[in-house]
Design a binder for this molecule. Structure first.
Ligand code: AMP
Length: 636
């Protein structure tokens, strides 16, 4: 049986991906390019068709003979087209229920014939890369495509000499590429897809291993091109003001500026500032300027904002709210723009540490991270093609070995306050896997945080195996202010990469630990047995440590409060508080040096008594604070 390739037949660009040795990858052309513009030039003088990048290059010179965005027309009747749809530089023909065609160079071309040319090119790239004939494909289409559009896409494949084994939805393919088929049953995902010319938002639900599209909406005329156009207008205005030519009146100049604008936009996804240089717009006029990310954002923010209403609508159609979602995944080249990620994260109420799901653990309080995970872990322009290749491999009966996925033999985690083990990746998780949590400091002006990576099933850090340690440094600030996101990732080879990022400064460190999977079976057995054997004692130890942290905090706060208010309370009452403080202290002293813990129940009881006695003290403190405030404002 021959191999099946996965194809993302896009409005602007198309890609072909294959799975080899269990690894999906996008096939590059002979010059290493992986995106093929979905553009076909039909020379009126006769001669061979030109497809892809070369066709895109001649588009400005031969606008009436170069077909782009054929996907907007595929499988549609002429009567369904809007004014806007027909607004292209090549002729579009057809009326009423007739199919759409393009009369170029003495014949009528159907949209599927144009797409077939793009597919033939991709087929050739795949054949050159694999060194064998390729005759079967999985092709993706937008989730909103109707039967006619799907059938026409299938026909395009057949015209290109491919048996189309399946047409799958683009958001489903993206979710497969993100590996979300491994999420738990009924997980819900939003796929935010902002490409060059189109925007789609789809909500999927995983049911029995299959993604169901709950809702989908978008705009077929909204995308990265609009941002480019906005920049072109902005530059054109400045060029004119600087005494330069009227660039918008000249297609070749407009096209040069559009290229520079897109390049600047792309550069600003990484850099804060970039240089735009346009030498010799006329023989006597050159133009250049620096463009900052902020300027780009000011110019284009409203365009990105326009995607928001579709997100709201799709959620409404699916009768969900954003907190029902497990993940929001990013697809389409334009989602590399930091502002897009930031706004989407805000709209969906995504957890702050965007690349991992984690609990926000602040001090000893424990806040569950609210909202879905904003998942940007895959290459957004390749996700759809990669997902199509994964589907193709499944259809071809592959992935049998890959499905026997490795699991983590023992839990992996970090040492946290009080010497406890905080699990980040539980035992038996399927690898590759990624997870994270947010931490902060418990001491004022703490200059650094020690990241101590542990493996094992025991509650206390010291009973687990230490895989390594490193320190994250930050500027000293009050406790609770630093935010350190820690992410554990076990790659397909079982190597653990630990990333620690200071969220405030964005500084990060990645440390590679030894294999987290290669553990001797006997050692695993022993660790698990020990954890069962010591379960009771371990639990008590954890309870003790947690109670102790709380007791110490209460002691510090009460002692300070009592000092501040000693003159405002009676001597008897002060003595009563002192006694309760002593009681707590006394229980703390009972900590057994050998086991490292005491009786958590007794400790909690003594803290409860202290809390009760200090209720009056708290009121006095509150009154004092109020009085000080009023005095400060001159009100008393
Ligand atoms: P797609 O249709 O998914 O290929 O997306 C193409 C769009 O993504 C074009 O408008 C590109 O300019 C834009 N794009 C590609 N890479 C980046 C990047 N790094 N930052 C911002 N936009 C990008």
């Amino acid at each position: 049986m021959s191999r099946i390739v996965g194809i993302d037949l896009g409005t602007t660009n198309s890609l072909v991906a294959v799975v080899e040795a269990g690894i999906p990858y996008v096939v590059a052309d002979s010059e290493g390019r992986r995106l093929t513009p979905s553009v076909v030039h039909i020379p009126s003088k006769g001669g061979d068709l030109v497809v892809g990048l070369a066709a895109n290059r001649v588009r400005v010179l031969h606008p009436a003979e170069t077909v782009y965005s054929a996907k907007r027309f595929i499988g549609r009747r002429a009567g369904e087209l809007s004014e806007d749809d027909r607004n292209v530089t090549y002729p579009v023909q057809g009326q009423g229920s007739n199919p759409v065609s393009f009369p170029i160079a003495g014949r009528d071309w159907l949209p599927e014939e144009i797409s077939a040319e793009v597919l033939k090119k991709l087929k050739r790239y795949a054949e050159a890369s694999l060194g064998e004939e390729v005759s079967r494909a999985v092709i993706t289409v937008p989730a909103y495509f109707n039967d006619a559009q799907r059938n026409a896409t299938k026909q395009a494949g057949e015209l290109a000499g491919l048996t189309v084994e399946r047409i799958i939805n683009e958001p489903t393919a993206a979710a497969l590429a993100y590996g979300l088929n491994r999420l738990k049953e009924n997980s819900k995902i939003a796929v935010y897809d902002l490409g060059g010319g189109t925007f789609d938002l789809s909500i999927l639900e995983l049911r029995e291993g299959v993604f169901q599209v709950l809702s989908t909406c978008g705009n077929t005329r909204l995308g990265g091109d609009d941002l480019d156009r906005r920049l072109v207008e902005f530059f054109a205005g400045e060029i004119k003001a600087a005494g330069g030519p009227e660039v918008l009146a000249e297609p070749t100049l407009t096209s040069r500026i559009r290229e520079a604008a897109e390049a600047a936009k792309i550069a600003l996804s990484e850099a804060e500032v970039t240089e735009v240089s346009l030498p010799f717009l006329t023989p006597s006029f050159s133009w250049q300027r620096q463009l900052t990310r902020e300027e780009l954002e000011v110019q284009t923010r409203d365009i990105i904002q326009r995607t928001r209403e579709f997100c709201v609508r799709a959620l409404g159609d699916a009768k969900l709210s954003s907190s029902d979602l497990d993940q929001v995944i990013m697809v389409g080249g334009q989602t590399r723009m930091p502002l897009v990620r930031k706004l989407v994260g805000e709209w969906f109420g995504c957890a702050e540490f965007a690349e991992t799901r984690g609990d926000l653990r602040l001090g000893t309080d424990y806040h569950k991270a609210k909202g879905p995970l904003l998942n940007t872990s895959q290459n957004p322009d390749e996700a759809v093609a990669l997902g199509a290749s994964v589907q193709a491999e499944i259809l071809a009966g592959g992935f049998k070995n890959v499905l026997l996925l490795d699991v983590t033999p023992l839990s992996l985690g970090l040492e946290t306050f009080g010497g406890l083990m905080n699990v980040i990746i539980p035992r038996n998780s399927t690898i590759p896997v990624k997870a994270g949590e947010m931490f902060t400091t418990v001491v004022d002006q703490q200059p650094s945080m020690l990241i101590h990576v542990l493996q094992g099933e025991r509650e206390r850090a010291k009973d687990n195996w230490s895989l390594g340690k490193f320190t994250v440094e930050f500027e000293p600030v009050p406790r609770g202010v630093p935010r350190v996101g820690v992410q554990f990732e076990i790659d397909a080879n079982g190597i653990l990469h630990v990333l620690a990022r200071d969220i405030r400064t964005g500084k990060q460190q990645v440390v590679e630990m030894k294999s987290a999977v290669d553990v001797d079976d006997d050692a695993v057995q022993q660790m698990v047995e020990e954890s069962v054997e010591h379960a009771f004692e371990d639990l008590r130890a954890r309870q003790w440590v947690e109670a102790k942290l709380r007791a110490q905090e209460t002691l510090t706060a009460t002692r300070k409060g009592l000092e501040d208010c000693r003159d405002d309370v009676s001597a008897e009452y002060a003595a009563e508080v002192d006694e309760a403080l002593k009681q707590v202290d006394a229980v703390l002293q009972t900590e057994d040096a050998a086991t490292g813990f005491g009786d958590p129940v007794k400790l909690k009881e003594s803290v409860r008594q202290l809390d009760e006695i200090t209720r009056d003290l708290a009121e006095v403190m509150m009154d004092k604070a109020m009085e000080a405030m009023l005095r400060k404002r001159g009100l008393i």
